[in-house]
Design a binder for this molecule. Structure first.
Ligand code: NAI
Length: 325
């Protein structure tokens, strides 16, 4: 098959080229949206990532081009109108699990860096400033950590935090209890946890689950970590809470409006997003640009599963694909 590979980054080519034997991969740097979908004409499949837009308009155009399969190179599929894809007979494949460890470990990295102010300490040393004021942290040992979403990544995260000697509370309405963690309702989690890490999908129930009301239930000085999806957080509410000194720390790898920012170099341009710009001014905020998945192991698995999905689609073996619909 000829595959239109949208949002292609140079670092992905090697992993896909090393494993691809059957297909022609047309690497396209642009994200897929209504303006770029025409680039898929002549292809039999599209391969997409987290910020590609697969709404009704785009899916209809794909159907007109006789494209019947979308292979996502990620786990989340909140950027796809799945009911419309079903209606049009377009199969959506994804990589449900490539490395839960990569994302869980990144979340822990954000916790450690925020707690011990490693980003600030690093800058100080480079300025020949060895003073310690403002760098005091707390022992993670003995603290209560909350996990929202006890799936693959949430479970990996629970195991690591248990290793630190933390008490771990989990909220996940669809999950059997996780060994070493206590399952609680959301209100108990907000109230008891010094650190809260989000590992649930973005959907209509979870959209803006972090808002003024839920933030007010967290203890003064709590730490919030989001490596899941930006839309889980009402960003302005979080900024207000940080300004009031209620939320103590914020570590995010995802941002609601990240599509126009992340995965590209904007260093020669002026940031137009004032909400994002404000976030970058806080000393107790660390932002990474959707890189939690970004390990060699994860990229290898993403390439492997994506190519397998396309292989099975070509054979008509849909049951063997990792499908969404
Ligand atoms: P998973 O499907 O294994 O687990 C998600 C869990 O969330 C499930 O156990 C489900 O029952 C639970 N859940 C659903 N609705 C919930 C709600 N309202 N409240 C609490 N829990 C709820 O997914 P996995 O692999 O653990 O990934 C979690 C999320 O991480 C993905 O949805 C994706 O958005 C994000 N992700 C981020 C990456 C990054 O690079 N930053 C990379 C990969 C995934």
């Amino acid at each position: 098959m000829k595959i239109a590979f949208f949002s292609a980054q140079p670092y992905e080519h090697n992993f896909f080229d090393a494993l691809n034997t059957d297909h022609t991969l047309l690497y396209i740097e642009s994200a897929l949206n209504a303006n770029t979908v025409a680039l898929a004409q002549g292809c039999q499949a599209v391969c997409c990532f987290v910020n590609d837009v697969l709404d009704r308009e785009v899916l209809l155009r794909l159907q007109q081009y006789n494209i019947a399969v979308v292979a996502m190179r990620c786990a989340g599929f909140n950027n796809i109108d799945v009911p419309v894809a079903n209606e049009l007979g377009i199969t959506i494949a994804r990589v449900p699990e490539y490395s839960p460890y990569a994302v869980a470990e990144h979340a822990v990295g954000l916790i450690l860096a925020l707690n011990r102010h490693i980003h600030r300490a690093h800058n100080r040393i480079r300025e020949n400033d060895y003073s310690l004021h403002g760098l005091m942290g707390f022992d993670l040992h003995g603290k209560t950590v909350g996990v929202i979403g006890g799936g693959k990544i949430g479970c990996a995260f629970v195991r690591i935090m248990r290793g630190f000697g933390c008490r771990v509370l989990v909220f996940d309405p669809g999950k059997a209890p996780i060994e070493g963690a206590e399952h609680v309702d959301l209100d108990s989690l907000w109230q008891q946890c010094q650190v809260i890490s989000l590992h649930c999908p973005l959907n209509t129930q979870t959209h803006h689950m972090i808002n003024a009301q839920t933030l007010s239930k967290m203890p003064q000085g709590a730490m919030l970590i989001n490596t899941s999806r930006g839309g889980l957080i009402h960003t302005q509410a979080v900024i207000n809470s940080l300004k009031q000194g209620h939320l103590g720390y914020l570590g995010i790898d995802v941002y609601e409006e990240e599509a126009s920012l992340f995965f590209r170099d904007h260093s020669d341009t002026i940031v137009q997003d004032d909400v994002f710009a404000r976030l970058t001014t806080f000393p107790n905020v660390i932002i990474t640009g959707h890189q939690a998945f970004f390990t060699r192991d994860a990229l290898h698995k993403i390439a492997l599963v994506t190519l397998n999905n396309l292989h099975y689609f070509e054979l008509g073996d849909i049951d063997k694909m990792e499908t969404v619909n």
